[in-house]
Write a protein that binds this ligand. Structure first.
Ligand code: NAD
Length: 235
């Protein structure tokens, strides 16, 4: 059986494509696992709360959920985030493409992180365009407001909003030149992000996930926790 170390050893331009499951070992719940946000009870389903229309219709309710479930954690990078940063430093990994918005790849030291769904670390006033960090959102209560009086909106891509063209183009470039694609901690259910992996032209695909994924049968599937599995790899 091919092991992940062999795949990593023979690659020189690894691209990692990950999702919420990469951060569950840091204590941030994903969406679709048993302990995920979709199995918790709210007044509205999470995909409705995290939508563009809901943000403008029920801004207070949006921020209640957002504060409680998406920024209410003091999370630190886990073994997966750290190993990916190490692989990049070793010159073996060319990009991390993530659907996560938690900034943990950068916190672990990764430099080329393509955040398909934006980041909780960046926030913009809807009236004057002033930029804020996460600390300002945490410092305020309820709906965060700018010094000009405008509402501050997190730079995260809500359902019903478009992905950033520049980030997509860079992700496609990285995928096209990769020689190993590692897909991990994602249900591949959120589009268009999940569709990007079709731009990969290489031969080897490694999947590290708790649940099997709908990928071609020649992909190598390593079932288990991404932090535990990647953590054992030598860069
Ligand atoms: P998802 O919740 O749909 O799926 C998570 C997948 O990861 C599942 O298949 C699950 O079995 C697997 N998984 C969970 N923990 C794992 C672990 N330790 N090791 C290996 N596999 C594990 O997540 P998704 O596909 O990323 O889609 C959800 C969307 O929600 C994304 O667009 C993302 O932006 C957003 N989200 C982000 C965060 C975050 O930033 N940390 C958290 C929740 C949701």
């Amino acid at each position: 059986m091919t092991d992940l170390q062999d795949l990593v050893d023979r690659a020189s331009r690894i691209v990692f494509f990950g999702g919420a499951g990469v951060s569950t070992e840091s204590g941030i719940p994903d969406f679709r696992s048993q302990d995920g946000l979709y199995h918790m009870q709210y007044k509205y389903p999470p995909e409705e709360i995290l939508s563009h229309d809901f943000f403008f219709r029920e801004t207070g309710e949006f921020f209640r959920f957002y504060r409680d479930k998406l920024i209410g954690y003091e999370a630190s990078p886990n073994a997966a985030h750290k190993k990916l940063a190490e692989l990049e430093r070793a010159g073996k990994l060319s990009a991390v493409i993530t659907q996560n918005i938690d900034g943990l790849h950068q916190a672990a030291g990764s430099k080329r992180v393509l955040e398909l769904h934006g980041s909780v670390a960046r926030n913009t006033c809807l009236r004057c365009g002033k930029k804020y960090g996460l600390e300002e959102i945490r410092r305020q209560e309820g709906v965060p407001h700018c010094s000009c009086g405008g509402i501050i909106k997190p730079d995260v891509v809500l359902y019903g909003e478009s992905l950033d063209d520049g980030v997509i183009a860079e992700a496609i470039r990285a995928l096209r030149s990769a020689d190993l694609l590692i897909v991990a901690g994602t249900s591949l259910a959120v589009y268009p992000a999940a569709g990007l992996i079709r731009y990969y032209r290489g031969k080897d695909v490694a999947v590290i996930n708790l649940d099997p994924l709908p990928l071609p049968s020649d992909a190598f599937f390593f079932q288990g926790k991404v932090g535990e599995i990647l953590g054992r790899i030598k860069a």
